[in-house]
Design a protein around this ligand. Sequence first.
Ligand SMILES: C[S@@+](CC[C@H](N)C(=O)[O-])C[C@H]1O[C@@H](n2cnc3c(N)ncnc32)[C@H](O)[C@@H]1O
Ligand code: SF4
Length: 438
Amino acid sequence: MPSSTSDIERLFRRALVRLLTGEREIRLTHAVPSFDGLREKFTQIDALGLYLHIPFCERICPYCPYNKELYRPDLAEGYVNAIKREIDIYAGIVGDKPVTSLYIGGGTPTTMLHSGLADIIGHVRRTFDLRCDVHMESHPNHLSAENLDAIEALGVRHLSIGVESLMDRHLRTLCRPYTVSQVKDAVGRAVSHGFTCVNVDVMFALPGQTEREVAETGRELVKLGVDQVAAYPLFLFPYTPMGRAIGPGAHVITQSLRRRRMLRILEGIFYEAGYERTSVWAFTKRGVPRYCSVTVPLYLGLGASGGSYLRDVFYLNTFGGAEYITALDDGGLAIALAVDLTEKMQRAGWLYWRVYETRFRKADYRERFGEDIDAAYGRFLTAACRLGLLKDDGERIALSDSGAFWLHAAEDLLSIEFVSTLWGSSRRDLWPERAILS
Ligand SMILES: C[S@@+](CC[C@H](N)C(=O)[O-])C[C@H]1O[C@@H](n2cnc3c(N)ncnc32)[C@H](O)[C@@H]1O
Ligand code: SF4
């Protein structure tokens, strides 16, 4: 008999994994794919995305689950050379396949704005057939007028800013090193700079935050004229200082209801102001191309903790900056963990990401897997439509607002646990033997 909420959650998670993937658990091991094996995979791939991870930050925020370490100029210098080596290795594997998205995330990519970012992006352009603009994350403290020019010169047209809150008291709780007035100035400069899309990240359901404050933040963001808002509830990852200090927080259901009410408030404000939902968390001004991390289903991850998804395999680089540099110096890749994906896992992963993006064409599923989505997931789709979670017009599937909320809830249960297991253990042990997700 399950004895506590966490036991029930674990049972539910296992059932969900079983239902979606047909597996009892997902086991990543140190079985690194060979160069020839990877080259073979590219013969079946038409186009790919690139993800580049910059793991450096000037300060470490207590709630942050990402792979990051303090910026050091000597480490950054070694990092540039290692990434260029990794790019050279992949050049022989990828061949002339077009690259249709480039996303630079972190950590804080703008820590390297004047210490190697241009060199790395120049190397990407010289090596790959790059057919896209660059999407990049940034820190508000790095957005002076000169830096915005330097960012634009990199080819960045989609810029994301980690604003997090527009209330000084919450910025203090989160240990963010700026005031509301400073961050508004930074956002204002970015908005008037002429990027295709300026995205602002904010967090809600912060400790002690009221619904009125959430509404005020939503309205302020609209007033600032940002093209997109990604609003995430604060997730407490057990391996972060804030996660350890606060613990799991309120009871799961109370927490979910609070988030739901706050998200409803934000939805109302953004819809009224002419934004539409473009992912589970993001609202984009109608007509603006959205800022997003993954625009193609297959991608290569460069840098420490870079993750790659190549049709039937997913693998992750080591999380350590110095270890990553050493591995590349030694002439190899820096892959730490890999998992072969069964056909059922690929289908479930594809469906999860397309639903996460809030809509997709059924024809895309047929193109990718060679069969009708209704044949594979018909019962599941019909049930989700009856419950009002999805809408199916025969050609397209779209996520409803209520579906988005329940996807959040499933995310809470599944992804947060998986991220905690995978990232937590990959940080503790930089060359882990295995990681088991169940
Ligand atoms: C890599 S960070 C953003 C860029 C930059 N490093 C910064 O902090 O300004 C990506 C975003 O994830 C969100 N985030 C980070 N930790 C989170 C957490 N514990 N719960 C929810 N969202 C989180 C924040 O909104 C953050 O801006
Ligand atoms: S939230 Fe951003 S700045 Fe803070 S530690 Fe994480 S990646 Fe670095």
